[in-house]
Ligand binder design. Sequence first.
Ligand code: COI
Length: 356
Amino acid sequence: MSTILDISINVKEVSESRLKEVDLDNLAFGSTFSDHMFEMNYKNGAWGDAFIKPYENMTISPACSALHYGQAIFEGMKAYRTFDDKIMLFRPEKNAKRFNISANRMSMPDVPEELFLQALHAIVGLDKKWVPAKDGYSLYLRPYMFANDPYIGVRTSNNYKFIVFTCPVGKYYSKRIKVKVADKYVRAFSGGTGFAKAAGNYAATLYPALLVGKEGFDQVLWTDGYEHKYVQEIGTMNFFCIIDGVAYTPPTDGQILEGVTRASVITLLKDEGYTVKEQAITIQEIEKAFDAGKLDDAFGTGTAASVSPIAEINYNGKALTINENKSISEKIKTRLDNIKYGREEDRFNWMVEVMH
Ligand code: COI
């Protein structure tokens, strides 16, 4: 038994770890789960009933409101094993804050930031051995919350579950990706939920992603819902392009996710001497830059996907291809990785050691 803030956590450890069945040097993304999970329940207006237990299936009502109306949010973050064997979280306080921004938009209760962070330390601390040592690998953390009223009327729920489980992961994308510019479907409108890490945002992108997948693309590059003109994000990642030596990324205007990796890459680009413009940019401007030979690079950023170079942006059937040799994204990714794995001084104070 331990306590987080004034809530006590019951800890039930596995009798035998499953780690010996797992090859931590050979992992895909998202299907291997570590030994334990953290769970906490909200009822009568307060969080309580917190415990860590072996990772296992859950029992919920068939009428569980989240399954019907999608009142569910999540975060994605990672723990890294540094070269000198410390376990570090990357900017966890930013995820704690964003979780509550999402919660607020989805009419869900806050998880106090301190509680959120302590839950992460407790679960990662217990499953430390599951943090891979291989470069590019990490322990992915999935904190999430869902409405848990056994009730199918449409209203804000009274009961919620907050859970954190973790998975050792390798790369999300194994090669440079090809994206197709959205010209029909829409991910987010002004006033909608585009900035929140709401489960439904991801569900709505699956069908368009399936369609572009049949044409050989990895993802959709989303555009605004009025004119399909301003680029937004890639769904799994924020979007950057470098035109004539200047970095552009769409502004956090409520329609894109305020990515932690996005913010970190902006800092690193500036540190490398680039001008970074967080401003609305149209697909026509990107096409014009390509035609003039000035589209130096394009890439996505995200926790799961890190910094992922784009090989092609397909706009109305025209392939805007990116020259791999000019890759600025590779340089930024290397610096970010060096900080995460402790090979470069953490000048920006991004890394937080797991203490348990
Ligand atoms: C993350 O990058 O952590 C995300 O939540 C994106 C998800 C598509 C894996």
